[in-house]
Ligand binder design. Structure first.
Ligand SMILES: *[C@@H]1O[C@H](CO)[C@@H](O)[C@H](O)[C@H]1NC(C)=O
Ligand SMILES: *[C@@H]1O[C@H](CO)[C@@H](O)[C@H](O)[C@H]1NC(C)=O
Ligand SMILES: *[C@@H]1O[C@H](CO)[C@@H](O)[C@H](O)[C@H]1NC(C)=O
Length: 577
């Protein structure tokens, strides 16, 4: 029965490319009979051999150096200087990563991370957003980052744009101005031509929903535009076009030469109907996903256009309310052609889930009112330092099933999880972050269920973030890092948390099965156990070095290469000869 609904969903998709979506209902159907115990049961096992592990950062959250070498002002610099951030905190110094390439790569080496996903600050390369304002030293910063990573055997994944628009572009309308598509094209062309010999995975945009919705809808993020009716939709429209143009530039001019991949990283919650046996709630959850993920994913991964659910809902509300609650721009046929199929992978940023119920009849603006849904949180879900994020690991598996049915079964591209993580409080037990360990363990396990049990083509898992940083309006008050950053210290020292050791263990084992040799870094302090060497008679042959071999030969390559964080004892002498 399950199999039949699955297949019919797929066949139906191919026959009717713009029909009423039933794929999410299929996912709920598939999981409806699961008990909570079955749902939460831990799966021991390994990921496929070529599964990729990554950890991420975003430029404005970590770099600092906000005017260094002529870097242009970004909208986040402006926002923080205008005092819109917790305790007037700013992006000025952040983690000082602009001066700490070696240190940051050292952290990655310590974790044995095979991949690092970071974003480029557009204004560090083109201070005004245009090529005439090119800054050589800004370009060189990312060269150094990429080269240092590669020298350490770490693959770079580069996000072209993660929220920090040059203020100069915002001054002429930012993402609301159609001319930005040309500007983004020029910027992405430059990045492909300059870095593409070494960078093989490109993400055009990271979590663009946040830009459209919080930057231009609610105004909680810069540029603080509060126009959910027109601006939000216009911004998404221009981001979709910009994404497509960047992909085409790569496809036409660089793909043959460089052999990389270009995709996009979309953020979405999972939407669980509050009452799964209510058709109204199921339909409302479907709309939630269409307004959040589908808004971007449908044009790129299906048919170049917004979904029928989105279009019809917006029309319906306009008729009902006698006024426009959302102005959805229209793609020309040529534009649809240009946008459809412009991704080599489906990047997913995912942190939490929502319970959704139907909520009709509001004539206010904003996605919930336009979409006729209301969001709820189950009070039993473990909280985090952000009231927006609760730990709901099973939501990831369902979302991956949904994405597979709704999008990647059409385009046949792999899914990369490009961001998953949670914030903890600024102070407290900052190093022994057991909540983060539990969260990651459970989310990674659900990704593994999607791969092993549901046979979904997920090829990568990325933990957000490498280190604590500037988290938007919350400033430094929420810590997302696997590494703790001491922000009171001018040098911004970083220290691995328990979660860094935990994640490196998952990477080493490629999952959870106890197949690898009992790791020495079981304890998060990563102290190599100092056991007394057996006392040997003085004549022991060939030599005492045997003891050393015995001690270290069971070490895996991973353990051997693992960096030992820490300092030498007081009084240790350093020399040069
Ligand atoms: C933030 O800056 C404003 C304006 O300079 C000032 O009035 C306010 O007291 C500052 N707030 C904090 C928490 O420092
Ligand atoms: C849009 O951008 C163009 C090019 O930068 C500029 O000339 C124009 O004034 C901008 N439009 C608005 C409304 O800001
Ligand atoms: C970390 O915290 C957990 C739970 O509070 C505790 O059981 C464990 O012993 C702690 N580990 C260390 C190394 O302090």
């Amino acid at each position: 029965m399950l199999f039949i609904t699955y297949v019919s969903c797929l066949i139906f998709r191919h026959m009717w490319i713009s029909y009423l979506s039933i794929c999410s209902a299929t996912v709920w159907e598939k999981f409806r009979s699961q008990t909570e115990a079955e749902r939460d049961q831990f799966l021991s096992g390994l990921f496929p051999v070529h599964f990729d592990w990554s950890v991420s950062s975003e430029s404005f959250k970590v770099e600092g150096g906000w005017t260094e070498h002529g870097k242009g002002e970004t909208i986040w610099d402006r926002f923080s200087h205008e005092g819109h951030v917790f305790e007037n905190q700013t992006t000025d110094l952040a983690c000082d990563s602009y001066h700490k390439v070696d240190y940051d790569v050292y952290l990655l080496r310590g974790m044995m991370a095979p991949n690092y996903q970071f974003s480029i600050s557009w204004a560090r390369i083109f201070s005004t957003g245009h090529k005439e304002s090119l800054i050589e030293k800004g370009v060189a910063y990312y060269d150094k980052m990429i080269d240092t990573l590669l020298q350490s055997g770490i693959e770079p994944t580069v996000t072209l744009h993660h929220w920090d628009l040059p203020q100069a572009l915002q001054d002429s309308g930012g993402w609301e101005n159609d001319s930005i598509v040309e500007a983004f094209k020029e910027f992405s062309d430059f990045c492909f031509s300059h870095y593409g010999d070494r960078v093989k995975t490109w993400i055009t945009f990271g979590s663009p929903w946040v830009v459209s919705n919080l930057g231009y809808g609610t105004g909680e993020h810069p540029p603080r535009v509060k126009d959910p009716i027109i601006a939000s939709y216009k911004v998404t429209h221009n981001i979709l076009k910009s994404h497509a143009e960047a992909w085409h530039i790569y496809n036409d001019n660089y793909r043959n030469l460089q052999g990389g991949k270009v995709g996009i990283a979309l953020n979405s919650d999972w939407a669980e109907p509050r009452n799964p046996s209510s058709d109204q709630d199921v339909a409302a959850a479907e709309r939630y996903l269409n307004f959040m993920l589908g808004w971007f994913a449908r044009p790129i991964f299906v048919d170049g256009d917004y979904s029928t659910v989105l279009k019809e809902q917006i029309e319906k509300k306009k008729d009902l309310c006698g006024k426009e609650l959302a102005r959805l721009p229209v793609f020309t046929e040529a534009e649809k052609q240009r946008i459809q199929g412009t991704a080599d992978f489906f990047g997913l940023n995912h942190h939490t889930s929502r319970l959704i119920s139907e909520s009709l009849n509001s004539c206010d603006a904003g996605p919930n009112n336009v979409g006729d849904f209301q969001t709820h949180i189950d009070p039993t879900w473990p909280p985090t330092a952000s009231d927006q994020i609760q730990s709901v690991p099973w939501g990831l598996r369902r979302l991956l099933n949904y994405i597979s049915l709704e999008y990647t079964s059409i385009t046949k591209v792999p899914i990369y999880i490009t961001g998953n993580g949670m914030p903890t409080e600024y102070s407290g037990d900052v190093f022994n972050d057991t909540e983060r360990v539990d969260y990651l363990k459970a989310y990674i396990n659900e990704a593994m269920k999607a791969v092993l049990l549901d046979e979904i083509d997920v090829q990568r898992f990325t933990v957000q973030s490498l280190m604590d940083g500037f988290e938007g309006p919350q400033g430094y008050s929420q810590r997302f890092g696997l590494h703790y950053v001491y922000f009171e210290g001018a040098d911004r020292p970083r220290t691995p948390k328990a979660s860094a050791y935990y994640y490196s263990k998952v990477i080493e084992r490629n999952g959870f099965a106890e197949t690898a040799a009992k790791a020495k870094m079981e304890t998060y302090e990563n102290k190599i156990e100092i056991t007394r060497l057996p006392s040997l008679p003085p004549s022991e042959i060939p030599s005492k070095s045997k003891v050393v071999w015995e001690k270290f030969s069971p070490q895996t390559k991973f353990e051997r290469q693992l960096y030992h964080y820490g300092t030498f004892p007081e009084g240790f002498h350093w020399g040069v000869s």
